[in-house]
Design a protein around this ligand. Structure first.
Ligand code: GDP
Ligand code: MG
Length: 659
């Protein structure tokens, strides 16, 4: 037997799925799209169960809805478990009314039984089951109650056929009867024909067209709207008879919202919170740890170098290990303490429910720019890493908005960009480093809004999707969950240092230590890397006010990984002037000595907003679905970053000249 798990997002499908299947799970992708496909065997049975993407109706507006609908029609499960979040039953029943029109049997699992009554919702299961004419079972997927009951129903095959109750007004029911095709799901298809759903347009006939016209005349509105309206009034009737909703007294969430989501205070509070987060992570913690770690890495490096020398290791190997690997990987690992603090703060803000609530609040503002609160979710995810951020754009219904969000997500400073921000701001803006860091964060928001305006005007025109996600409540973050989240993200960062950064460090060391004629130990100005950098240095002249091959090659390496910019600078600085004690990238006599606070700022801007790393570019290509669109997007990002960085540098020069 094949069973499909169908329900709204966040109704508890995945929780129930994991509970039912235990370890018997298979995860893959749906054919043709990159949405995760989970299937498994219910414990102690041979029933296959599939966790479908969360949907709100069977009229596909999003890729998820399309996938779920296709599954139901093309793979014909024997049974649908319609899982409903009992605390928002009204909204969930809309999908139920559609499912009950199918010929596939439906059993309803009323989830969240553990919290419904706390929310002041009382449901008469018997009445509900009678009115819907189908089996309804109360469960809690989280607390594991009612599950045995659910399984035993499935085992006994004790499930009624769908009743196909006549829920619409007479003229619609008559029309349905007239145009019902002689095949499976006939009632469902008849309704779809009346709704003029494109996917069923090949069933249209002269008769149905006349009927649709007649209905439009009778109701003075689209039949799609009329049918939706009648579904809702049917749901209202059910609600009246089977559900009692008591007003609970004002919850903590409501009280907090009055402050955090206050019309005037919400944005200032958001700014203050983010500023504090960055000042804490970058300013305070960074100030303490950077020098400490840096000095110790330097000491370790010279100690190891000395040891290797005493055992007669050849000079080039010592140089590879100390000046290449330790300098390059160490430069990145320097930032782990700040990252931990930053991840910790963001994770707490996310888990406590604050982030999604501020996204909801900003919804209205973002709509003015062709985005919606939905785009904020990818942005928030993107503050960790752009790749999952870009992937989470799938939940956006509107094609234009989805594509715009994909292109905009890499503008959010991801954790790999943080070493760039911290290294430059701590050296050039010492006591203000926290403020400078947060200024870049807000600059990112500005760049996103500006780009959205540009793209909306010239590239992607479309309407904005509805923002349906309901607000979660504020809750105290679970320590275990937060720590795990912080650990996972930090570990991912460290792993990158140990893999991609390590390999790049070796390559950079090699290119720096050899000339084009493969002579070892040349002046680094004659190295291969210097040659490559010099060829492109003109590109950065308006940003730096200097032809610097070293800064040029470092910035280009941002394509591989953004941390690599700093890692490469550390190796170059180290090799160019025998720094033995710590890797002082910006020593005044060194190769990066030309940097001023102004050019540091404009260089950061370029690195933050130009093309993201290859990983993110790959994700953009997959999600945009075309190489051409990806190339356009990357060009757009890079030109924008270049223009913006040059503008800042030139304006800064002019203003500096006046004062
Ligand atoms: P999906 O989007 O339908 O797959 O939903 P999930 O399974 O991811 O669940 C969404 C959220 O609801 C998670 O935070 C779950 O822990 C929570 N949840 C799921 N089932 C229950 C339940 O029975 N009771 C309560 N209180 N929470 C639940
Ligand atoms: Mg899920």
């Amino acid at each position: 037997m094949k069973i499909a798990l169908v329900g709204n997002q966040n109704s508890g499908k995945t929780t129930l799925f994991n509970l039912l299947t235990g370890n018997n799970q298979k995860i893959g992708n749906w054919p043709g799209v990159t949405i995760e496909r989970k299937s498994g065997i219910i414990r102690n049975t041979d029933y296959e169960i599939v966790d479908l993407p969360g949907i709100y109706s069977l009229s596909p507006y999003t890729i998820e809805e399309e996938v779920s609908r296709k599954y139901i029609f093309e793979e014909e499960p024997d049974l649908i478990i319609n899982i409903i979040d009992a605390t928002s039953i009204e909204r969930s029943l809309y999908l139920t009314t559609q499912l009950l029109e199918l010929d596939t049997k439906v059993i309803i699992a009323l989830n969240m039984a553990d919290i419904v009554e706390k929310k002041g919702v009382y449901i008469d299961i018997n009445k509900l089951s009678k009115m819907l004419n189908t089996t309804v079972i109360k469960i809690s997927a989280l607390k594991n109650t009612g599950i045995e009951h659910l399984i035993s129903h499935i085992r006994r095959r004790d499930i009624l056929d769908n009743p196909h109750s006549k829920i619409y007004s007479k003229s619609i029911e008559q029309a349905i009867d007239k145009i019902k095709p002689d095949m499976r799901h006939s009632r469902f298809i008849a309704v779809k024909i009346l709704e003029e759903d494109k996917m069923f347009s090949h069933y249209q006939s002269d008769e149905s067209t006349t009927l649709i016209k007649k209905l439009r005349h009778e109701f003075d509105s689209d039949s799609e709207e009329v049918i939706a309206g009648e579904r809702y009034s049917y749901i209202d009737k059910i609600k009246e008879k089977a559900i009692i909703i008591k007003k609970t007294k004002q919850s903590v969430t409501d009280k907090l919202d009055r402050i955090f989501l206050n019309k005037w205070l919400a944005i200032p509070i958001f700014i203050i919170i983010m500023t504090l987060v960055y000042m804490l992570a970058v300013g305070l913690v960074g100030g303490i740890t950077v020098d400490f770690v840096d000095t110790n890495v330097g000491l370790f490096s010279s100690w190891l170098g000395g040891k290797l020398e005493t055992i007669n290791t050849s000079p080039w190997l010592i140089s590879l290990i100390c000046d290449g690997i330790i300098a390059g990987v160490g430069a990145v690992l320097n930032f782990v303490p700040q990252l931990i603090i930053l991840f910790l703060c963001i994770s707490i803000l996310e888990v406590s429910g604050y982030m999604s609530r501020i996204a909801f609040f900003l919804d209205k503002l973002f709509r003015k720019f062709g985005l919606s609160g939905k785009s904020l979710i990818p942005f928030i995810v993107g503050s960790g890493c752009s790749v999952p951020g870009i992937m989470s754009c799938r939940t956006i219904e509107d094609e234009a908005e989805r594509k715009m969000t994909i292109v905009l997500t890499p503008f959010v400073p991801c954790s790999a960009k943080l070493p760039i921000i911290i290294a430059f701001s701590s050296f050039f803006f010492s006591e203000y480093q926290g403020l400078i860091a947060v200024s870049l964060y807000f600059l990112a928001i500005l760049v996103i809004i500006l780009s959205a305006i540009i793209m909306k005007k010239f590239i992607y025109k479309g309407k904005v999707s509805a923002f349906i996600t309901e607000l979660p409540e504020y809750k105290l973050p679970s320590v275990k969950y937060v720590l795990r989240d912080v650990f996972d993200k930090t570990w991912a960062f460290i792993k990158r240092a140990g893999s991609i950064i390590l390999i790049c460090s070796i390559i950079i060391w090699f290119l720096l230590s050899f000339s084009w004629r493969f002579e070892y130990g040349v002046e680094i100005a004659n190295s291969m890397l210097a040659g490559i950098g010099s060829a492109f240095a003109w590109f950065f002249y308006p940003i730096l006010g200097e032809y610097s091959w070293a800064a040029t090659v470092s910035a280009i390496q941002g394509l591989v990984a953004k941390e690599q910019v700093i890692s490469s600078m550390a190796i170059i600085a180290g090799l160019s002037e025998d720094v033995t004690n710590g890797s002082l990238i910006f020593s005044s006599t060194g190769i990066f000595g030309f940097f001023t606070p102004l050019s540091a700022y404009s260089f950061m801007i370029f690195n933050l907003f130009s093309a993201p790393c290859f990983g993110a570019i790959g994700a953009m290509r997959r999600e945009l679905g075309s190489t051409k669109q990806m190339l356009k997007a990357v060009t757009f990002q890079t030109l924008l970053a270049w223009g913006f960085a040059s503008l800042v540098f030139i304006l800064g020069k002019i203003i500096g000249g006046i004062f």
